[in-house]
Design a binder for this molecule. Sequence first.
Ligand code: NI
Length: 179
Amino acid sequence: MAVLEIFKYPDPKLKKASQPVEAITEDTVCLIREMVETMYTAPGIGLAAPQVGQLQRIIVLDVDYENPGENLITLINPEIRESEGEIVWEESCLSVIDFTAEVKRAKRAEVVGLDEKEKEVTVVGEGLLAVVLQHEIDHLDGKLFIDRISRLKRELYTKRLKKMLRTGKALPERPRIMI
Ligand code: NI
């Protein structure tokens, strides 16, 4: 079991759409275990396969960060079946260093997908869980939360990031709940 490298914006791989998983193999199960370990180690409350360089439609999440492992959700080929309402949440991302921003999303989301045993699962989330489900599914479509903020805010961040990367003065990641 290994902790995988998390790709960071502006890595082009994060912009690509992931492919549906056609068959759940031993490799799929292994990737999921490594994603889970990577997420908890980060620490984070959600991780999508493209963030570790695998363009497959797989997400793992656990918003109950006080009891890691007890409410872990794994979804293969997840799809939003229903969503309603509106919520604004200050989001962050393991792939976007040193930045948070308010993002508007559906307040409640019903998502269907498969688990590791190919069983169909339905997850109904409200509040933070709904936010994380939508955030992770966005990753599968090559979308980051910074694609959902104003262009001006995104450009300001990109400028600051470039400077941080150029000067090597990227701030250490603060202990914070990372999606
Ligand atoms: Ni993210």
